[in-house]
Design a protein around this ligand. Structure first.
Ligand code: SF4
Length: 493
């Protein structure tokens, strides 16, 4: 079931209450900690709590107490899945955690992670962020080795592949590397074993993974999808795990292995624009700073006369501030977000619909009335939410609405773990900028150029995946996967 992100209770013309959200859905958050004598379950809980934005369907923690694995996972937010009593029953020296949005496999508790697989030398617990593009081929290979599956996820297939290599007599690291060599696609992994924790990224490094150190002696290491997962437990950011690198964390410390033949840097640029938290560090600066620069580039590329700059909160805020600074047009809050509205499956009442109560964003009439507004957002994917927001601004008295998007038009789907739509659902794949402008009801619409988006990174543009803007996929996508995504989207629509 797809969650309801409807902005208004009264906009039934824009779809049923289970309408799909406009922005890409989350991928997943992974976390791992090796810290004997610490409450590793609690550290993992807080790490996942900080990574909650990466996945809100299910959460899980596996702790290792010698050869014994203690696992708890369930559907829901981290704060709903765990309480003090449950955490007290997760003892150990190390832990692996996961918060999930289903990009492959159904939204069922059996598919929640970490995926635990038994081997002849003890269990492994695997937490995965990303998507494989050869899952069917991998599962077929594993079936030929007489493996059976409990879930439909690519993540379980990676864990089983590693388990079969362990059972052939390989050590944990050799087994992991052999398993990775069977995988194609995007994977940032944290894998618990009875002897230590593995952190690894695929040879393109599409999804992030960082290493931190807890204060104290001896050094105790932490792995997290983003640095915000380190900050919350007081761990110091050490560095990112490199594409094609495996780190092995044990009581002896951390060792690093570069196992991929031709690693490349292809970090998902959408993580930078929208998905990762603005307080997380990428290339040693916060994404807040990067997103402000996107706004500045946008102001240089597409100036317009207006009275104030407002953002679609929260993700459009840094770019709107950047636009304002560069253009000299004042920034104001024009939309107030109800931060306590989660996803709801409950239909609003008829009277709520009739009175047009805003569920999530409420416009500030005092700021908007008779004003020429520049509205900044980070992206438009389907266009449904943008149209509702523009209507809200006009209803509140805005005289003109000029929409500025701090990324290029999204024209292609993602196969690497961000749940963007299939191509026919992406508004920029089927409509020109003028047609989108008319569809969402703005006076003008401008996107940041692809060059501007990458120039703002301050890095080599080749260091990023930007395939959803160009169709230039850094990892080949089999036709079968393209077709199955289309079928899945049709079922969801
Ligand atoms: S296709 Fe887009 S969303 Fe997917 S990894 Fe590449 S840049 Fe990120």
């Amino acid at each position: 079931m797809i969650p309801n992100e409807s902005l208004y209770a009264d906009e039934q013309d824009l779809g049923p209450s289970v309408e799909r959200p406009d922005k890409p859905e989350e991928a997943c958050g992974v976390f791992g900690v090796y810290a004997p004598a610490e409450d590793v379950a609690k550290l993992t809980y807080f790490g996942l709590y900080a990574l909650q934005h990466r996945g809100q369907e299910s959460a899980g923690i596996a702790t290792f107490d010698g050869a014994t694995v203690h696992l708890h996972k369930d559907m829901g937010l981290v704060s709903q899945v765990f309480n003090e009593g449950i955490l007290d029953h997760l003892p150990g020296r190390m832990a692996v955690g996961h918060t999930r949005y289903s990009t492959t496999g159904s939204s069922l508790v059996v598919n929640a992670q970490p995926a635990v697989v038994e081997t002849q030398r003890g269990s492994i617990a695997l937490a995965h962020n990303g998507n494989l593009v050869n899952t069917l081929e991998l599962r077929e290979k594993l079936r030929q080795r007489n493996c059976t599956f409990e879930t439909t996820t690519d993540s379980e297939a990676i864990a089983i592949a590693m388990g079969t290599e362990v059972d052939k007599g390989k050590d944990w690291l050799e087994a992991a590397i052999s398993a990775f060599q069977l995988c194609k696609g995007a994977y940032s992994l944290v894998i618990g074993t009875p002897e230590g924790i593995i952190g690894a990224r695929d040879p393109n490094g599409v999804r992030p993974l960082v290493i931190g150190i807890l204060p104290g002696n001896p050094q105790r290491y932490v792995l997290a999808s983003e640095t915000c997962g380190l900050d919350i437990i007081g761990a110091e950011f050490l560095r990112a795990v490199e594409p094609g690198e495996l780190v092995w964390i044990t009581e002896e410390g951390m060792a690093s292995f570069h196992w991929a033949h031709k690693p490349r840097r292809k970090l998902c640029v959408f993580e930078m624009i929208y998905f990762a938290r603005p307080d997380s560090l990428v290339h040693d600066e916060t994404l807040y700073s990067y997103r402000m620069r996107l706004g500045k580039h946008l102001a240089q590329e597409s100036p317009v006369d207006a009275d104030c700059v407002i953002a679609v909160p929260d993700s459009g805020v840094p770019a709107a501030i950047g636009y304002s600074e560069e253009s000299g047009i004042p920034y104001a809050e024009g939309l107030i977000k109800n931060r306590y509205v989660g996803r709801t499956f409950i239909q609003p009442t008829q009277s709520m619909r009739e009175s047009g109560i805003r569920m999530k964003l409420n416009p500030l009439k005092d700021v908007l009335t008779d004003k020429r507004i520049i509205l900044v957002d980070d992206s438009i994917v389907r266009g449904t939410t943008s149209r509702k927001i523009v209507k809200a601004l006009r209803d509140a008295g805005a005289k003109e609405v000029h929409m500025k998007i701090s990324s290029p038009p999204v024209t292609h789907p993602c196969f690497y773990g961000l749940d963007t739509d299939s191509q026919d659902q992406l508004i920029a794949a089927t409509k020109s900028v003028a047609e989108i402008s008319e569809h969402i009801g703005v006076d003008s619409l401008s996107y940041l150029s692809w060059e501007g988006m990458l120039a703002a990174t301050g890095s080599d543009p080749n260091n990023f995946c930007s395939a959803c803007f160009t169709g230039d996929y850094p990892i080949e996508i089999p036709d079968q996967i393209k077709r199955s995504k289309l079928m899945l989207e049709k079922l969801k629509a």
